[in-house]
Design a protein around this ligand. Structure first.
Ligand SMILES: O=C(O)CC1=CCC(=O)O1
Length: 258
């Protein structure tokens, strides 16, 4: 495994239980802003970071593998002097969380897997998206990205949020985004999920067309021993941003049970 030093922001009491937030393809750590204050107020130490190839993190040359993203997470914990952390991951962040739950269980206190998938096809879609981003930049796919992240009624009634998220996607380095598309193209974690022993909550957005509850969240919850599934109404792929109160309540409830 070869790790990079990811860009991170750490908030909350030094002695609080550590919760690390791992974001979606095309995001940076600002996607978790709605979750910070409620968790800090409840005494958690909140760590947010940018995945490799995203935000302020390094953009190493491809290929990127899930084990590289996992190694970045472990290096982050090592850097912070943290032995075990709760991981809340959305989409690509959840894929990283599943990999860590299988391969590095000693470092994972619990998992919250939001709007994610263990196998997300078709591969041709990821090949084409990586090609487009390399040829035309991330701005060329930003509008479509926001269309997957937010429900249409929410985007229409919150044009400022839609524009903020469009600019977030457009700011991701093309090579970092494309390399993560190719990682997803190759990913198949379905058979490994029963090895996860961490207490796990799976949260889906009822209106998420990218990783739908029935096709993606339910198989994860059914494969991980003891996992629970919650489906949030009126939420698309970036459900934690669109429905922050509901997602944060579920996350806090899970943390307090474990
Ligand atoms: O942008 C998408 O298509 C949805 C998505 C897949 C992995 C991820 O992090 O976001």
């Amino acid at each position: 495994m070869s790790a990079v030093r990811v860009h991170r922001v750490v908030e909350g009491p030094e002695d609080g239980p550590v919760v690390v937030f791992a974001g979606s393809l095309g995001s940076d750590l600002r996607m978790w802003e709605p979750q910070v204050a409620p968790l800090v107020e409840r005494g958690y130490r909140v760590v947010r970071y940018d995945a490799r190839g995203h935000g302020g993190s390094p953009v190493p040359p491809p290929p990127y593998r899930l084990e590289d993203l996992g190694a970045d997470f472990v290096a982050l914990l090592d850097d912070l002097g943290v032995e075990r952390a709760h991981l809340v991951g959305l989409s690509l962040g959840g894929m990283t969380g599943m990999w860590l739950g299988v391969h590095v269980p000693d470092r994972i206190a619990s998992l919250v897997l939001c709007c994610t998938s263990a196998k997300l096809g078709p591969p041709s879609m990821w090949v084409e998206r990586a090609r487009k981003v390399r040829a035309e930049g991330t701005a060329s796919i930003a509008e479509a990205g926001v269309g997957r992240w937010l429900t249409e009624p929410y985007a229409k009634s919150h044009p400022d949020v839609a524009e903020f998220l469009r600019a977030m996607i457009a700011a991701v380095p093309a090579e970092g985004y494309a390399a993560c598309c190719e990682l997803i193209e190759r990913m198949d974690q379905l058979d490994a999920l029963p090895k996860i022993s961490a207490p796990t909550l799976v949260i889906a957005g009822a209106d998420d067309r990218a990783t739908s509850p029935e096709e993606h969240a339910r198989p994860i919850a059914e494969a991980i021993p003891g996992a629970r599934l919650e489906v949030v109404a009126n939420a698309s792929h970036l459900g934690s941003y669109e429905r922050p109160a509901e997602f944060t309540r579920l996350i806090l409830d899970h943390l307090e049970r474990t």
